[in-house]
Design a protein around this ligand. Structure first.
Ligand code: SAM
Length: 259
């Protein structure tokens, strides 16, 4: 068989072997979302469950239904989390913006002694998460209904080892994530050896990104930017880490992403 030809047509082959089952539709912030299961004839690829919009071109969450080997949602974020685990153990993690809770689920499966808190402001997303996504997640995961900005400004508990900022509304990034207020709260509630990850998706232009990078540097002197396809992610280090550690973190992240 001609392997390069098969790879070229993989997309079409996959489509032909796909079974799509819509479980629920709802609209939020003027956008139509669908909860959809994808499975493949002969079980060639693992089945997935997604919250998607724009005819499946964009995803709010994706989980595997029959594989515990990571999840298909935001591979670079998962790779960054794995890379930093080489320097620091995770005991308390916070995910801001949860939808179907793919990242909380990944953390739950991967780090057995980590307690995870998720904050989500939409009643509907929480209903969808509980109905379709949270099976098998028990006491170590707590889903808080509320506003992420209020949560970080009033939080007084133990410092988080990991914070993932994944805040989107309708079709865009929540721009308030770049305010000084939010940045200083993140820094305050993250432990010195912790890690903060922003999913910026593909919504920012290079000029906007440069402008925000300058603002971010004021609070987090060390940052690592990562591009993946059209999406961008930033890892921020609240503590004193040298350039060498940031460099090896980046290399390790890329190695995990290639696996
Ligand atoms: C891309 S989805 C998050 C996906 C999720 N991190 C996962 O792992 O599957 C973005 C979510 O952010 C939520 N959101 C937006 N603004 C918020 C806010 N101010 N407070 C809490 N949640 C918010 C949206 O309702 C949406 O469900």
């Amino acid at each position: 068989m001609n392997i390069p030809l098969v790879l070229k047509f993989k997309k079409y082959i996959k489509k032909a072997l796909t079974r799509r089952k819509e479980l629920e539709s709802f609209s939020l912030d003027g956008v139509q979302f669908n909860v959809v299961d994808y499975s493949y004839w002969f079980g060639i690829w693992p089945s997935t469950r997604t919250i998607e919009h724009d005819e499946g071109k964009r995803f709010s969450s994706v989980i595997y239904l029959n594989s515990k080997n990571g999840h298909p949602y935001l591979p670079p974020v998962q790779a960054m989390i794995k890379a930093w685990a080489g320097w620091h153990e995770y005991h308390h993690a916070l995910v801001l913006g949860c939808a179907g809770c793919a990242i909380p689920r990944f953390l739950f499966d991967e780090y057995e002694s980590c307690a995870i808190t998720g904050v989500e402001h939409s009643d509907k997303m929480i209903e969808i998460a509980r109905k379709f996504f949270l099976h098998g997640i028990d006491g170590r995961f707590q889903l808080v209904q509320g506003d992420a900005f209020d949560y970080v400004s009033s939080y007084q508990g133990v410092g988080y080892d990991l914070i993932v900022v994944d805040l989107f509304h309708g079709k865009g990034l929540v721009m308030r994530i770049f305010t000084d207020d939010f940045m200083s709260n993140l820094k305050r509630i993250c432990s010195d050896t912790g890690l903060v990850i922003f999913n910026l998706s593909s919504y920012l232009s290079q000029e906007e990104l440069d402008e925000y990078k300058t603002a971010i540097k004021h609070f987090f002197p060390e940052a690592s930017l990562m591009s993946w396809h059209y999406s961008r992610f930033i890892a921020l280090f609240p503590g004193k880490v040298g350039h060498d550690v940031v460099g090896s973190f980046k290399k390790k992240t890329q190695a995990y992403l290639r696996k």
